[in-house]
Every structure is written in C-alpha cells, then in structure tokens.
Design a protein around this ligand. Sequence first.
Ligand SMILES: [Zn+2]
Length: 245
Amino acid sequence: MTILCYHSVDPAWESPLAVRPAEFDDHAAWLARHRTVVPLGEAVRHLDRRGRLPRGMAALTFDDGFTGVLEHALSAVRRHGLPMTVFLVAQTLTEQGLDAWWVRTPPPWKLTTLTVDEVLHLRDLGVGLQSHSWAHHDLPELDENACEDDLHRSREFLEDLLHAPVPFLAYPRGLHDESVRRAARRAGYSHAFALPEGPERVDEYAVPRVGIHRGNSTRVLAIKAQRRYLDVRHSRLARVLGRSR
Ligand SMILES: [Zn+2]
C-alpha cells in the first residue's frame, strides 16, 4: 500500500489522527531517502489493478485540512521536497464555515481547519488540494442523489476557489459502497480514495490508501509503505501495528 493517508501533525492532540511533529519529521526523512514520492496525479497513472504503485514509489495525502498540516507538516515536506495533497472539506471554507464535528477523538480545545487564505498559500507553494466532500458525512448513509449533490457541490466550490481542476475525492472515513462510487463518478471525479481495513475491491473509485497514526515509528511506516501491505494486514505482524484509521 503506497498511498499514505495522514490527518494532522500536532504536538498536543493525543489522537491516532495526529502524528507528532518529530515523528513526522522522521517519516519525511525516511520517505525522501527510501521512496520516490510523486504527486497524486502522477501516482494514479501508475496504479496496478490491485491499487499498488510501482516498487519504490509512494504518494503523501492528508485528509480533513487541519491547520496542523500547515503548522507542523509543511516545513518538513518542503525541506525534503516531497509532493503532497490535502483533501479539503469544502464547507469549512465557506463564510458560514463548519466545525470539525466529525472527529471522534477531539482534543479539549477547538480543532481548526485551514482558512481560505491558508489554502491559497498552500496552492501557491505547489501543494495539491482536492475534495474530501462538502460536509464530511458518511456517504453510504446518504441516498445516491444527495451524495452526488454533496460531492458535486464540493468539486465546484473548490474549483472556483483554486481556479484549477479538482479530479480527486477522498471518501470521509474512507467509506463507500456501489452507489457512492457511482455518485463520485457522476459528480465529475476521475478517482476516489478509500482507507480499506483489508483486501477490498479496487478501481478508480476505490483507490486504496493506508492510514499512518500517532506513535507510528519509521519501522511501522516502512511496513505500511510496502506494496503488499494490505495483503499481509491480517497476519500477526500487521495486527500488532494496531488501528488503521
Ligand atoms: Zn476525514
């Protein structure tokens, strides 16, 4: 599994979703040394039928657009010249805004997501910016038309904001089913990214990624970043690595 999924990098937020800054620095250095990290648009052109990239290739993604990415991940990413993509919850960028209601392990303080100015700053630095839906609903809970509307609205809003195409979607919590995949296609995305717990179907609308979590050492990263990681997920070795999203 060679498309990596992080959420935030944060020194204080004790959650599987928030890798510590020192851990992330080590991950970035390890990736720069041991992998060719490519932009997501290049990665999808190299996926095989099982959703794997060629040996030695990896891609770096962040879900949710937390401020911690700007504050604690960007410098390491830039120092090591690693391309990365941030999947944004579009409604958080509207005037009305949206709190990060979907986080199951929030800190005692209010989590912040990127502002419009910060998103445009990241765009100007070459960071990839793509869709993580409109409002982070669990998409299989929506009926197909509502799902398509949500995904379409997010893509249009982000394309207007960024003045660039937004062909990629990361499903909130990685959740999808056949009607969600159809809705993603009809909403105009070319690829959508999941977070499988084990081997599952793979196609352009179910591209597997692996979650990287707080406490994951570079040794764990090295195992998770293997091409065959998902195939070994159910082995004892994989189980000791703990939670996956
Ligand atoms: Zn998310």
